[in-house]
Design a protein around this ligand. Structure first.
Ligand SMILES: Cc1cc2nc3c(=O)[nH]c(=O)nc-3n(C[C@H](O)[C@H](O)[C@H](O)COP(=O)(O)OP(=O)(O)OC[C@H]3O[C@@H](n4cnc5c(N)ncnc54)[C@H](O)[C@@H]3O)c2cc1C
Length: 485
């Protein structure tokens, strides 16, 4: 990527009004630019979507913000949502495995425990014994990158991967632990693998560090009314400061002007921009960059995505006895269909307070490469959710309302070597003045990471010295808190 040292007041077009595009607009306005945001769909927010079930406000997309990094909660505060930030009422999640619910072991790092004892009941005796061998094994070299599952299995055995790492990582990336990059997805473990021989010893070190961080406040935050209200508030704020946001306006072409700047084509509308921020998913970015940056476009076209569906179910609270905690994760190895369940009205006090007679639950289905389940119709997805909820927690009541939200290509996959691909994209773009990319495809899929990449893109476009930012996601505690859905 490269910077146009744009003077204040120059016109910058942001393509995409997901949280990344909106955050870029927010930052560009702070830097004094004139901003136009072009959004293909008829609404802002992308994967952040507030909705409603049986009269209750809920999130139909992302629902939880990692608060251990500053960007998401900071942005929420800056756009007037400070008093609506709310930590989960309970963050203790369970694991539905081997026929029972087990509390998630305390202090794991993406499912890797510091001791075998922490996983008693969750793993078989052989699985527990295998963890103990970690201390005596020679070093496992990780090179430039390694799949999380491969490394963890080599150190502490496949059972830890299959029963803990997989459901936790699956919750964040909807991906496959044996493909996902440890360097990109769990940088803390990657760092630990470079500096330690024993993984469990390294995890105990990380735990000691995060025990101190616990004092610093909640790991996650929600927003009363839904995390989906964040992009709405950002949009309102940027509009109030003079930015124009055009929805229903898909950008179809991006060409450099002969002299300086960019020609942005959106159907029959053509805009001149001094610089452009491309804040769309990788396939859309590839299509837009093909003409001027074919190398970057080819790299972006290779980014794979996972699709998923969220099934929201509302029950009469009086008929809904649920176990303690915020929900549960489901390891794929157990052969169930849902991959997680969140007891939303237990997890978020604002939902319970607004709807005293309802219990709202949410399940999720779909992992990278799984197509059969998402081919089912909505009733089929509700049925399978009810079936698994009955098996897991004995919930047999009839929901008063159900709602299926499909997220086709919802989450980019970060396989081994993802960081190198992103570096190549940026190298290709370095010669293009006045163009920057941001969003979930690059430096982390979580909302704070998307916002960080947007701020960096804005700073770069505007030649701000603060452009040099640390762009590493920290999804170690699971982006989704409690149930890790
Ligand atoms: C079901 C689900 C649950 C999640 N839960 C969490 C969570 O709890 N916590 C968390 O931190 N993260 C969560 N994530 C991840 C996070 O929500 C996303 O990674 C993030 O919101 C992506 O933001 P973005 O702006 O990069 O992209 P998007 O939200 O995809 O926005 C991109 C925008 O660009 C628009 N666009 C595309 N092509 C064009 C074009 N040609 N012209 C104009 N506009 C275009 C799209 O319509 C879209 O609005 C979740 C993701 C999913 C799918």
């Amino acid at each position: 990527m490269s910077g146009t040292h744009a003077a204040p007041g120059r016109h910058i077009v942001v393509v995409g009004a997901g949280i990344a595009g909106l955050a870029a607009a927010h930052r560009l306005l702070e830097l004094g630019a004139r901003v136009t945001v072009l959004e293909a769909s008829d609404r802002v927010g992308g994967k952040l979507l507030p909705g409603e079930i049986a009269g209750a406000r809920v999130d139909l997309g992302a629902e939880s913000l990692l608060a251990r990094r500053p960007e998401a909660v900071g942005l929420a505060r800056e756009v007037g949502l400070a008093d609506r930030l709310q930590p989960p009422a309970t963050a203790s999640a369970s694991l539905w495995t081997r026929g029972a619910l087990h509390p998630m072991p305390k202090g794991h790092v993406m499912g890797v425990p510091g001791t075998a004892e922490a996983l008693a009941g969750v793993l078989s005796d052989e699985g527990l014994a295998r963890i103990g061998r970690d201390a005596a094994l020679p070093r496992t070299e990780v090179g430039d990158d390694v799949a999380v599952g491969e490394y963890v299995a080599a150190r502490v055995g496949r059972e830890v991967v299959d029963r803990l790492v997989e459901p936790l990582l699956g919750g964040v990336y909807a991906g496959d632990a044996y493909r996902i990059s440890m360097r990109s997805a769990v940088p803390q473990l990657f760092e630990a693998a470079r500096t330690h021989t024993s993984l469990t010893e390294a995890v105990r070190g990380i735990q000691a560090g995060s025990a101190a961080a616990q004092q610093a406040g909640p790991v996650f935050m929600g927003i009363a009314g839904g995390v989906g209200t964040l992009p709405l508030a950002v949009a309102e704020s940027v509009r109030a400061r003079g930015a124009e946001i055009l929805t229903g306006t898909p950008v179809t072409g991006l060409r450099r002007e002969p002299e300086d700047g960019w020609r942005v084509v959106a159907g029959d509308r053509v805009l001149h921009a001094d610089a452009v921020v491309v804040a769309v998913p990788a396939p859309a970015a590839a299509a837009l960059l093909r003409a001027e940056a074919p190398g970057a476009a080819a790299e972006l076209a290779g980014v794979e995505y996972a699709s998923m569906a969220l099934i929201t179910l509302a029950y009469r609270r009086a008929e809904t006895a649920l176990p303690d905690g915020s929900g549960f994760l489901v390891p794929p190895v157990d052969g169930h269909t849902i991959k997680a369940a969140t007891f939303a009205s237990r997890k978020w006090a604002w939902i319970a307070d607004e709807n005293p007679d309802l219990a709202v639950l949410r399940t999720s289905v779909g992992r990278h490469g799984e197509t059969e389940i998402l081919g089912r119709d909505d009733d089929g997805l509700v049925d399978v959710s009810r079936h698994d909820l009955k098996a897991a927690v004995g919930l047999d009541a009839t929901p008063v309302a159900t709602r299926v939200t499909r997220w086709q290509d919802g989450l980019p996959q970060y396989p081994v070597g993802h960081h190198a691909r992103v570096a190549r994209v940026r190298e290709h773009l370095a010669s293009l003045a006045g163009l920057a990319v941001c969003g979930a495809a690059y430096d982390g899929v979580g909302v704070p990471a998307c916002i960080a990449s947007a701020y960096a893109a804005a700073d770069q476009i505007h030649g701000d010295p603060r452009a040099v930012r640390q762009l590493t996601d920290h999804p170690v505690q699971s982006l989704h808190g409690g149930a890790g859905e």
